[in-house]
Design a protein around this ligand. Structure first.
Ligand code: HGY
Ligand code: MN
Ligand code: MN
Length: 418
């Protein structure tokens, strides 16, 4: 691991914690430390405005691209591609204070620490805020970073609609983040994302740093099951074509499939909608979403195939029809061995315990792995909780993660070109 002039630098955890608290006030969920800032809402705009103001206060050059990604750069002694970090500040509806926000604000903390020490990095340092990472409002998730690396055409992304018919392009215009920076974006020298683990592994092992080697495959689909609305009192069971029953059977099947496949297979039906959704009406329609994930692509495909067979049989048995729409599909991703090794060596040099592990959640880093050497740093999540306002990571763990990010970025900034 190259020794740099920044080797003795450490971040200021009070400053980082204060920024995390200030940002979580925007869309704050009353009575909790969590926040709800769905992508491209007024709350997202307010969060973006606050972060951009901090970036400008740090003397960074800030650009916005056509999908609303914000990239701020601190000049280095040399020109050329920056070392980039970053994440997202959009949240799910039951969001916590740290998911995504930590990766962005720890990046600003790295910049402030380097500037305060009067250091100029060899390569420029950049911090990215990527649009709609969560995929909670618009699908797929990681939309901004996917477009940034050229994985989806901007025109296609701008046409995506949410469940209320709001369109990405119009929402970007509305909140003032339809930028002009070119897409695909510049290819960084390397990309490193600091993120909370959002699972139980680090805490269970008493380990401080997760050295993330990969991200598991993700398969999201929406099933629209159509039957026949009818009177709840007068319609004999044998006459019913009840999409609600089909949805219920699919939900149970999802858990059975995950149990049968065993870890790391997971399956989640996260949203269910009935029409007309009334106490005395057999539904005419049930719309559900299904989230399947596995670290192994072949097993994930097997899970998808078994699921599709069950859905077709369950619908037919009840005289219903099903329409399936893919919302997101990303294969498992492996990160760069050298950057992984640097994260691990940096944790050790700081006297921090670490372990190598996969990521169960999707992250913007998985998109950057397509174009440049990339890896991630995890910090523990208390009780493994996330996508929950009670999400919590201790200040000492936040500090540890941000110090690893600082040192990794400065090492990458001064390393000889690959
Ligand atoms: O769903 C995910 O893995 C992430 O939170 N977008
Ligand atoms: Mn996240
Ligand atoms: Mn998330």
């Amino acid at each position: 691991m190259p020794e740099t002039a920044a080797a003795g630098l450490r971040i200021d955890i009070e400053r980082l914690s204060a920024r995390l608290a200030a940002l979580s006030e925007i869309g704050g969920i009353a009575g909790t430390e969590g926040c709800a800032r769905l992508a491209l809402t007024d709350e997202d705009r307010a969060g973006r405005d606050l972060v951009v103001a901090w970036m400008r206060d740090l003397g960074m050059d800030v650009v916005v691209d056509g999908i609303g990604n914000v990239v701020a750069t601190l000049a280095g002694r040399a020109d050329g591609p920056p070392v980039m970090c970053g994440s997202h500040i959009d949240t799910v509806g039951s969001g916590g204070r740290y998911d995504g926000n930590l990766g962005v604000l720890a990046g600003l903390e790295v910049i402030e620490t380097v500037r305060a020490a009067g250091l100029t990095p060899e390569r420029p340092l950049a911090v990215g805020v990527f649009t709609n990472e969560e995929g909670a409002r618009f699908q797929p998730d990681m939309l901004g970073s996917l477009v940034y690396v050229g994985g989806m055409a901007l025109e296609e992304a701008l046409d995506i609609e949410d469940s209320d018919g709001a369109v990405v392009g119009a929402e970007l215009d509305r909140i003032g983040y339809a930028g002009a920076a070119p897409l695909p974006g510049f290819v960084p020298h390397a990309f490193v994302e600091l993120h909370i683990e959002q699972g139980p592994v680090l805490e269970a092992g008493g380990t401080t740093i997760g050295v993330v080697e990969s991200v598991q495959g993700i398969s999201w689909q929406e099933l629209t099951i159509s039957g026949q609305s009818n009177h709840a009192g007068t319609t004999p069971i044998a006459m019913r074509r009840d999409p609600g029953l089909v949805a219920a059977r699919i939900m149970a099947f999802a858990r059975d499939l995950a149990d049968r496949f065993g870890q790391p297979q997971v399956a989640t039906v996260g949203s269910v909608e009935f029409l007309p959704n009334l106490v005395n009406v057999v539904p005419s329609l049930a719309a559900i979403t299904v989230d399947l994930r596995n670290t192994d692509e072949a097993i994930l495909q097997k899970a998808e195939a078994e699921f599709a067979t069950f859905v077709a049989e369950a619908a037919e048995a009840e005289g219903c029809t099903v329409e399936t729409r893919s919302l997101a599909r990303f294969e498992p991703v492996r990160f760069d061995a050298d950057v992984i090794g640097l994260v691990e060596a940096t944790a050790a040099s700081l006297g921090l315990s670490s372990r190598r592990m996969p990521s169960g959640a999707g992250h913007d880093a998985q998109m950057f792995a397509r174009v440049c050497p990339t890896a991630m740093i995890f910090t523990p999540s208390q009780n493994g909780l996330s996508h929950n306002p009670a999400e919590y990571t201790s200040p000492s763990d936040l500090e540890a993660g941000a110090n690893v990010l600082l040192q990794v970025m400065m090492s990458l900034s001064s390393e000889e070109s690959r």
